[in-house]
Design a protein around this ligand. Structure first.
Ligand SMILES: C[S@@+](CC[C@H](N)C(=O)[O-])C[C@H]1O[C@@H](n2cnc3c(N)ncnc32)[C@H](O)[C@@H]1O
Length: 403
């Protein structure tokens, strides 16, 4: 047996590392450092252009077939993960040996891996050896970025069923997830703990990235107490407090999420419904990928609760800030994560959506928050920083951006 396979004989089924030490950009972003947001945007635009040229070079029947079969990608990616193939190939492994270890048919495994090879998830060399690629490492269970969880969550039957009901989402009060799964997303998750834990793990991968980016992009020196509303399993706060050890944080979450939350120094879970009450006594409130789960009416209500809590926290120096991080919607569609995220929200939520900066600022204003500034993140997201609106007419958020 090759060393690489031998090493994997006991698959390393540890949780993706919990950031007692801060995660590195290379693990979380796949880049050696944190790139400027403008640079990553240029890269996204360049790739989008190449993809359009690539697609445009094919006649319509090929384009339709390619799109119709596009659903194979998440299925094959998830199959690799479920078989622990990325964990098992830490070096070149003969195909037959891998098939033996997995107790599967060699020829059938090769067919799966040929598809994976074309997409760069593994490499099949001419000598019939399976080799890891850069991407393979990110799909391992113990990779500190935790991105494997997205491959598993996105291929889950509840998600694919909701995507299959997408037309139902187009009615004004439509809910494709509910049509497919009989309950709205979070109620269904509460009733399906293992699927919910898979969702939490996928969220944690993004939270690790956002924690790292916010740790670098905001000045935390005069901040002390942070409340992460809908903060999932607390990974974002764990990342933030690992970078800024003077900070302590509280995650406001649904009961089943708090129950699963790992114990961490300086990060506590608090059970609560953010639509009812948000605790006061914090100098920073975070809402990361939370507002986009809700329609405008609900989003205003949620931000209204946050504004009340921020006001009740009293006059602090510096003043209380509310930071909303979301995928940044654009007027003209570009093939980027924000566009996919918006379509996913269409399928999974009853009215959730990605929004432009202006739309986020307007929601905040209607809820009693004043947009102080915003900045793009290299992940393609935007962070909008609000203060409580002493005079709600005092500030009109920049009108530089329209949907
Ligand atoms: C899309 S996830 C985002 C998680 C996390 N902020 C992140 O970026 O990874 C939305 C989160 O909101 C939580 N949530 C949903 N309804 C909530 C409510 N009424 N009160 C508090 N949290 C809620 C969910 O449990 C979930 O963890």
């Amino acid at each position: 047996m090759t060393d690489a396979l031998d090493h994997a004989a006991e698959p390393r089924h540890r949780r993706a590392a919990d950031p007692g030490v801060p995660p590195r950009p290379t693990d979380v972003l796949g880049a050696p450092g944190i790139p400027p947001a403008g640079l990553t945007r240029l890269a996204v635009l360049g790739r989008s252009l190449l993809a359009r040229l690539h697609r445009g070079s094919a006649p319509p029947p090929s384009r339709i077939l390619e799109a119709a079969l596009g659903g194979l990608q998440p299925a094959v990616l998830a199959a690799l993960c479920h078989l622990d193939i990325p964990d098992r190939i830490t070096g070149p492994v003969p195909l037959a040996e891998l098939a033996d270890a997995l107790d599967v048919d060699t020829d059938r495994l090769e067919r799966l891996l040929r598809f994976a090879h074309v997409h760069g998830w593994v490499r099949l060399d001419r000598r019939g050896q399976v080799r890891p690629t850069r991407c393979t490492a990110f799909l391992r269970r113990d990779h500190p970025g935790g991105w494997r969880a997205w491959a598993v969550f996105a291929a889950g039957s509840e998600v694919t069923a909701a995507l299959g009901e997408l037309p139902a989402a187009l009615a004004t009060t439509g809910d494709a997830f509910r049509t497919a799964n009989q309950q709205p997303f979070f109620a269904w998750m509460a009733a399906h703990p293992s699927a919910h834990a898979r969702f939490d793990a996928a969220m944690a991968a993004g939270a690790r990235m956002h924690g790292l980016l916010l740790a670098h992009r905001l000045d935390w020196s005069a901040r002390r107490r942070v409340c992460d509303i809908g903060g999932g399993d607390g990974t974002l706060l764990a990342t933030l407090t690992a970078h800024h050890r003077h900070l302590e944080g509280v995650v406001l979450e649904l009961p089943e999420v708090v129950a699963r939350m790992p114990d961490r120094a300086r990060v506590a879970g608090m059970v609560g419904d953010a639509f009812d009450t948000v605790p006061h006594g914090f100098d920073t409130y975070l809402l990361v990928n939370v507002v986009h789960d809700w329609d405008d009416r609900q989003a205003r209500r949620l931000l209204g609760r946050v504004a009340e809590a921020a006001r009740a926290s009293g006059a602090t120096a510096p003043p209380v800030q509310v930071v909303v991080v979301e995928s940044r919607a654009r007027r003209r569609p570009v093939e980027d994560i924000a566009l996919s995220a918006d379509t996913l929200m269409l399928a999974l939520t009853p009215g959730g959506r990605e929004r432009t900066v202006d739309e986020l600022a307007a929601l905040g204003r209607a809820a009693g928050l004043r947009c102080r500034r915003w900045f793009a993140l290299p992940s393609g997201d935007v962070a909008v920083v609000f203060a409580t609106a002493v005079d709600q007419t005092a500030s009109r958020p920049g009108s530089s951006e329209r949907r």
